[in-house]
Design a protein around this ligand. Structure first.
Ligand code: HDD
Length: 694
């Protein structure tokens, strides 16, 4: 029989505390299993039956409760951003905003705990991590004056200007309703039908079709608050602001063919990457930057600062760094934290306020509804991941699952209960809405200032390097080739003609359109005078080092132990990771006769999972032997096709050549003969990809 003996105060294993503080714990052994009522369980293997072969008995409260709970384990997944991954960390302010916003979070040196949930948008909860999609970048700051949620994306603009189109947009993007597919993909008729009927989406389409839609790691993405917000100082003065997150490790994406393969090889690629990095002691870091401006700037800016399909180029209004965010802790429980976290754009704190961006206003209305539906009642703020870390004192009470219940008689104010009176409002400390002057007639209309849908789409496109421009064209051709209706493909090309003629020509040719359509009639002509904004290019803003990246080293018996050691040292010095891949997971015997365990078996670790690869093969027939395996040839062929840097020993040449490597090694291939070659290899890897390879 179990002995309820553990003391929760002194016994770290004791977890199940009864009213009297007892727990179910056998001396020195595992905790005793209990029901949800705390009753110790004697048999968890067999239901209660009338005889061993007889029917089950209704009396079996343990079975009943266990099945009941299991049957109710699922909660509705998010209607968008269902697949996500959350981690903890902190935000440290450098004080640069202290004079512009009275928000406690921006005090000099102020350190605020945060929880960040990254997500894809269209896919269901169980979908793969690397569809072409926007990435959600939602941050909850647990500030001293309440929770502030910055619910952003990895792209600074959005598809639509008015929130009334959001349900249509999401319906069109997700699986088609009759067939329930495609999953996590916009490459289908409904999505492109909607998009091509929504010219305001053209700028965002350029972003999604760019490599930003297929990031290499969540650690290598930017984040944006998208909308214009307000900051309000202690004197009540307001400044407009746009928020930016900039990753310390720089920006990086994969190529499309790689993304397709990664989704098969490791559908959890992004979440595993972040989990592994933090577990290994890495501390992914972002700078928080702001673009600050006033009414005068807003007046003279080329576009309406309330239009969420527009950005303000950094060259025109530089981003000022106001602090850094460090992510340093994975969750204890995925459901409790990542699944139950509830973000809401309406969660602002004194010193941060809204603008009249219509999309932001619509979002403010939407998020609470979705939390109620998902989390089952109005008390979701009592769930630890959502609960503020500052005092919460008010007279809201009861409701499903109320965990934070007031004591005493008073549950209203004003009251005259003296020192039991409870909290009162504070005009000095409390949130004061910025008193923006308003007037207008009730109307359903878009402002004229929102009517230019093509100029910034063009600006984005001409800001990209030729490699990136080619990727955008390829992405459009791929997506539109999956669209079955020719008229929808044609409609998109007619929009592209308003963006860039060469892009339209390339896509039309890639789709083999019978004839070039006329440009889509535009509410406003595309401006040709907007200058390229280099900040918008991913490749122009890549990292300077190879830190945080991963090298897959294909090894076989007889691999040069000294080279391996040198390579490991060079990668460690750079802050990069080395993974050993061998024909058998048990490992390989290196040239020094020592057995090294492998991290992965070849078939489970294709080169798409790595940023660069190395083939360490001894002289002799080992590489020839390995080349018999399709997985080995694919390992090399994919690395070549995805323009990765490849390090190789001379003994690896037979495998390289059977996989299609050029006779004369190209500039992305580094021969490794002596230890120093490993440093040269790592140095080359800093460019991330050898784009010159055809
Ligand atoms: Fe949204 C979730 C970001 C427009 C309505 N949104 C959600 C999440 C992110 C964003 C990152 C996931 C939060 C999490 O990890 O739990 N949404 C954006 C951005 C937008 C945007 C950057 C445009 C600038 N969203 C938007 C509009 C509406 C919504 C216009 C509705 C009018 N969004 C929702 C939602 C979700 C959501 C339905 C689904 C799950 C949730 O809220 O908690 O309410």
């Amino acid at each position: 029989m179990p002995t309820p003996s553990g003391d929760p105060k002194t016994d770290p294993v004791a977890t199940t505390t009864g009213a009297g503080g007892e727990t179910h714990q056998t001396a020195g052994g595992p905790s005793v299993l209990t029901t949800q009522q705390g009753v110790p369980v004697a048999d968890d293997q067999n239901t209660l039956r009338a005889g061993p072969r007889g029917p089950a008995l209704m009396e079996d409260f343990h079975f009943r409760e266990k099945m009941f709970h299991f049957d109710h384990e699922r909660i509705p997944e998010r209607v968008v951003h269902a697949r996500g991954f959350g981690v903890h960390g902190y935000f440290e302010s450098n004080g640069a905003l202290a004079s512009v916003s009275r928000a406690a979070v921006f005090g000099k040196g102020e350190k605020t705990p945060v929880f960040v949930r990254f997500s894809t948008v269209a896919g269901n909860k169980g979908s793969a991590d690397l569809p072409r999609d926007v990435r959600g970048f939602a941050t909850k700051f647990y500030t001293k004056e309440g929770n502030w949620d910055l619910v952003g994306n990895n792209m600074p603009v959005f598809f639509i200007q008015d929130p009334i189109k959001f349900p249509d947009m999401v319906h069109a993007f997700k699986q088609e309703p009759d067939r329930g597919f495609p999953q996590a993909a916009t490459a289908h008729d409904n999505a492109w039908d909607f998009l091509t009927l929504t010219p305001e989406s053209m700028h965002m389409i350029m972003w999604v079709m760019s490599d930003r839609g297929i990031p290499r790691s969540l650690r290598f993405i930017e984040g944006f608050g998208v909308h214009t917000f307000r900051l309000v100082d202690a004197g009540g003065k307001s400044t407009f602001v746009k928020f930016h997150w900039k990753p310390k490790l720089g920006l990086q994406s994969v190529v499309w063919n790689e993304a397709v393969k990664i989704n098969g090889a490791d559908p959890d690629f992004h979440r595993r990457d972040l989990w592994d990095a933090i577990q290994a002691g890495e501390r992914p870091e972002w700078e928080l930057g702001v673009q600050l401006f006033d009414e005068a700037f807003a007046e003279k800016f080329d576009f309406d600062i309330l239009d969420p399909t527009k950005l303000i180029p950094e060259e025109q209004l530089p981003v000022k760094v106001v602090g850094r965010m460090v992510l340093d802790r994975t969750v204890d429980n995925f459901f409790a934290e990542t699944e139950q976290v509830a973000f809401c754009t309406q969660n602002v704190v004194p010193g941060i306020d809204f603008s009249d961006d219509p999309l932001l206003q619509g979002r403010n209305f939407s998020y609470l509804d979705t939390q109620l539906k998902r989390l089952g009642g109005p008390n979701f703020t009592h769930i630890p991941i959502n609960a503020p870390k500052c005092p919460v004192i008010n007279f809201q009470q009861d409701g499903h699952m109320a965990m934070r219940n007031p004591k005493g008689r008073v549950n209203y104010e004003p009251n005259t209960w003296g020192d039991q009176a409870g909290p009162r409002e504070s005009p000095e400390k409390g949130f004061q809405t910025f008193p923006a002057a308003l007037n207008g007639t009730k109307v359903r209309a878009r402002p004229e200032t929102f009517a230019d849908h093509y100029s910034q789409a063009r600006q984005f496109f001409i800001s990209q390097t030729p490699v990136e421009q080619a990727h955008i064209a390829d992405a459009l051709i791929f997506e539109l080739s999956k669209v079955q209706r020719v008229d929808i493909r044609v409609r998109m090309v007619s929009h592209l003609l308003n963006i860039d003629q060469a892009l339209a020509d390339k896509v039309a040719a890639g789709l083999r359109l019978a004839e070039m359509p006329k440009p889509m009639p535009a509410a406003k002509p595309t401006r040709q005078d907007l200058k390229p904004s280099p900040a918008l290019s991913l490749l122009s803003n890549g990292p300077k080092s190879f830190a945080g990246r991963k090298v897959g080293v294909l090894v076989m018996d007889g691999a040069d132990a000294a080279l391996l050691k040198a390579l490991a040292g060079a990668l460690k010095a750079e802050g990069a990771t080395l993974k050993l891949i061998a024909p058998e997971v048990g490992g390989f015997k290196a040239s020094d006769g020592v057995m090294h365990p492998a991290d992965e078996k070849l078939e489970g670790a294709p080169s798409v999972l790595f940023d660069a690869v190395v083939i360490l093969a001894p002289e002799g027939g080992a590489a020839d032997q390995l080349a018999m395996k399709p997985a080995a040839r694919d390992f090399v062929a994919d690395a070549l096709a995805h323009k990765k840097f490849i390090g190789y020993t001379p003994g690896a040449m037979p495998l390289l050549q059977k996989a299609g490597a050029p006779e004369k090694p190209d500039g992305g291939m580094t021969s490794l003969k002596v230890a120093g070659d490993c440093d040269q290899f790592v140095e080359r890897c800093r460019q991330l990809r050898f784009w010159a390879r055809p």
